[in-house]
Design a protein around this ligand. Structure first.
Ligand code: CUK
Ligand code: CUA
Length: 686
């Protein structure tokens, strides 16, 4: 967009590029001509360009890809992609089509550049709160990002991400790209249903992955609940959950008091999606291990992967969340560990939970733009299975079931709810959609992305539910990501394949631990074309969400004197009192220090405290200039804050080591940045 918008009248840049490309395609690269193609007359490239192409040994498709992805400085990318950072615990912000990383947002792991987890009180509190009853965690495994929605469309205000390893969920403001809240899901050990919002972000929903030991009526408490692991106990006393966490946009906080949870059988629930349009009020999750295997290779049992892959069908979970909300209002849920829980029994009795067969050990659960179809990747079947939400609703209304699972959950008939099955490729995982009624599925085993047509109303052509194109991927593609997919209005244009292996794609290799590979694919034409290979040297990304850049409107600077954690006035700063105040709080000595930072002075630059004091710094950056960030690092104290223009940051640490320690600004901010320093004197205790 950026490139085209700036075109001059007359010979547009686009026309120039088009004729240039035509020249390459028809006339061939320098020294290599396809002489049979004579008409039309071919414009030739300037000799210096031809020389570059020749010297760098490029092919015409490389030149085309370069022209389609290059974004000059100061010009905008078309899309922003928010990618999970996998077990780095963070989120990456990437521009598309340039494929440049703009930022890594600290979420579940301390990150010094953002002053996240190194003394900055609000970030320490987040990590502390996120550990809620567990040991102090500095590790997360982020999988599925989600963007806040208004009328089911992404509105670019909030970003949510789940931590699979510890069943936590984070909310990130896209006003300042900072994490504002993290919660641990009650009664849940691990999660995988990602973070999916209801159409107006009333709730962020999330299913568990591995069931947790669960005491009847008392649920699961980390580090407390113990139930001996046996096959019988697993069936009887382990449970999964689906949690609808209320999100308070104004406060930027999750609100557990107004959230609810549904107890579900101990299958391994997998991906989840919340619907809109015809599927509004419903959420869908797939599952694996309906065999209820627990492994035990050294106890004479088959390994989990074998035992959990016996059945030809697992269960698509179909949940009426609006009915669940009503049932909670009617007082039929019981509070367990801080959240209202609808028991499995109640969920069945009240018509909240249903199953439909899905083949086989599936993965991926996505909804087409119309909201009409739910699409599941077969994983161990070469099929994409497409369910019709209208048929699901009708079958439920008519009470047409084939039977029940061992827990009494009614199972719909596959033939009653299926819209189509499409044979796509081997190991189909995740589906995404474009604006023209096509689905795209990642095939992990056959290393390809396969494009297919949907049915009406998404696709109204005469060849519904058919494969229309395929492209090889390098290699082992997990998720794919198209622009604003899993919403009513995808934008088409690009698809990014989030590949697990890169093998030989990046030369020279960087050791046995190789980067993952994001492949940017042009989906505008009839044939998909690879434009770019992007190494990801930071964790293993799973899913990503991509939205138009103009939907995100971040702040440039904080208004001076506000507290960015809440965007409230910071009352103590307004007093404008600089210096050290030593006082007692609950019998402990606290040295409070009111500080400002501005190019190139830290005031005060000498801070004297006594050994054992809790030092609390209120540091206000009084800059109003964009990008004039100052850092604050204290030598040998593991303290580091990042104070953005206008921001007041509170930093706390215990002055347990006596001595004189330098502190300085860690961002090279001005010619006198090296002089932007001072001293912390910690007077030894007698
Ligand atoms: S999962 Cu990773 S490739 Cu967590 Cu969405 Cu499928
Ligand atoms: Cu402020 Cu360097």
């Amino acid at each position: 967009m950026g490139v085209e918008r700036k075109e001059k009248k007359g010979v547009s840049r686009r026309t120039f590029l088009a004729s240039t490309l035509a020249g390459i395609a028809v006339g061939g690269v320098a020294g290599f001509s396809v002489s049979k193609l004579v008409s039309p007359p071919t414009p030739t490239l300037p000799p210096d360009i031809q020389n570059i192409i020749k010297e760098r040994n490029l092919q015409p498709q490389h030149v085309e890809a370069a022209l389609k992805t290059y974004v000059p400085g100061a010009q905008p990318d078309e899309f922003l992609m928010f990618s999970s950072g996998g077990h780095s615990g963070q989120v990456m912000v990437i521009g598309v089509p340039s494929m440049r990383i703009y930022k890594v947002i600290a979420v579940f792991t301390p990150e010094p550049w953002q002053g996240y987890g190194y003394g900055d009180v609000k970030t320490m509190e987040l990590l502390q709160k996120a550990s809620n009853g567990m040991r102090f965690l500095t590790l997360g495994d982020t999988h599925h990002p989600e963007i806040s929605r208004t009328n089911a469309e992404y509105d670019g205000e909030w970003l949510f991400i789940g931590d699979k390893l510890n069943a936590r969920k984070a909310a990130i403001s896209l006003k300042d790209f900072e994490t504002k809240d993290i919660i641990k899901l009650p009664n849940t050990q691990t999660q995988h249903g990602g973070a999916c919002t209801t159409p107006n972000t009333e709730y962020v929903a999330c299913g568990s992955q591995f069931p947790a030991p669960w005491e009847p009526g008392r649920g699961y408490k980390p580090g407390k609940t113990y139930i001996k692991l046996t096959e019988d106990n697993f069936r009887e006393y382990f449970r999964g959950t689906v949690t609808f966490t209320r999100f308070d946009r104004a406060r930027g906080k999750f609100d557990l008091a107004n959230s609810f949870q549904i107890e579900i059988p101990p299958y391994m629930q997998d991906l989840e999606i919340v619907g809109w349009g015809p599927s509004d009020g419903w959420t869908f999750l797939n599952s694996i291990n309906t065999e209820l295997a627990i492994g035990g290779v050294l106890e004479g049992k088959p390994p989990l992967e074998i035992a959990a892959s016996q059945k030809d069908f697992d269960y698509l979970h179909i949940i009426n969340w609006k009915k669940a909300e009503q049932v909670v209002r009617q007082g039929k849920a019981k509070e367990i560990n801080g959240i209202k829980v609808i028991s499995l029994e109640t969920a069945i009795k009240e018509g909240i939970l249903f199953f439909a067969p899905e083949p086989k050990s599936p993965h991926g659960c996505d909804i087409t733009p119309s909201g009409r179809y739910v699409v599941i990747g077969g994983k161990l079947e070469p099929l994409v299975t497409i369910y019709d939400v209208e048929k699901i609703k009708r079958a439920i209304a008519d009470q047409r079931f084939q039977g029940e699972d061992p827990y009494g959950v009614p199972i719909l008939r596959f033939e009653d709810v299926k819209a189509a099955q499409i044979e796509v490729g081997l190991g189909p995982l995740h589906d995404e959609f474009d604006n023209l009624g096509h689905g795209y599925v990642s095939c992990f085993i056959s290393n390809e992305v396969v494009k297919y047509s949907l049915g009406p109303p998404d696709y109204t052509g005469d060849k519904p539910f058919q494969v229309v194109d395929r492209i090889p991927i390098h290699y082992n593609v997990g998720h794919i990501c198209t622009t604003e997919s899993n919403s009513p209005s995808p934008k088409g244009r690009y698809l990014v394949a989030l590949n697990k292996w890169s093998v030989d794609r990046f030369q020279p290799p960087t050791g046995p631990l190789l980067p993952q590979n994001f492949q940017l694919i042009d989906i505008t034409g009839e044939k998909m074309r690879i434009l770019y290979d992007m190494p990801i040297g930071l964790g293993e990304p799973h899913y990503a969400k991509m939205i138009s850049v103009n939907k995100v409107k971040p702040l440039e600077v904080y208004p001076v004197g506000t507290d960015p954690a809440t965007f409230q006035k910071h009352p103590k700063y307004i007093e404008g009192k600089l210096g050290v105040e030593r006082k007692q709080e609950n019998g402990k000595w606290v040295s409070e220090v009111w500080m400002t930072v501005v190019r190139s002075t830290i005031t005060p630059d000498i801070v004297r405290v006594k050994q054992g004091d809790l030092v609390r710094l209120y540091i206000t950056n009084i800059e109003t200039t964009k990008d004039a960030t100052h850092g604050f690092g204290v030598a040998e104290y593991n303290v580091q804050a990042s104070i953005e223009p206008g921001e007041t940051t509170t930093v706390e640490f215990v002055a347990d080591h006596p001595g004189v320690f330098c502190f300085y600004c860690v961002e090279f901010c001005s010619p006198l940045h090296l002089e932007m320093a001072g001293w912390l004197e910690v007077e030894p205790a007698e």
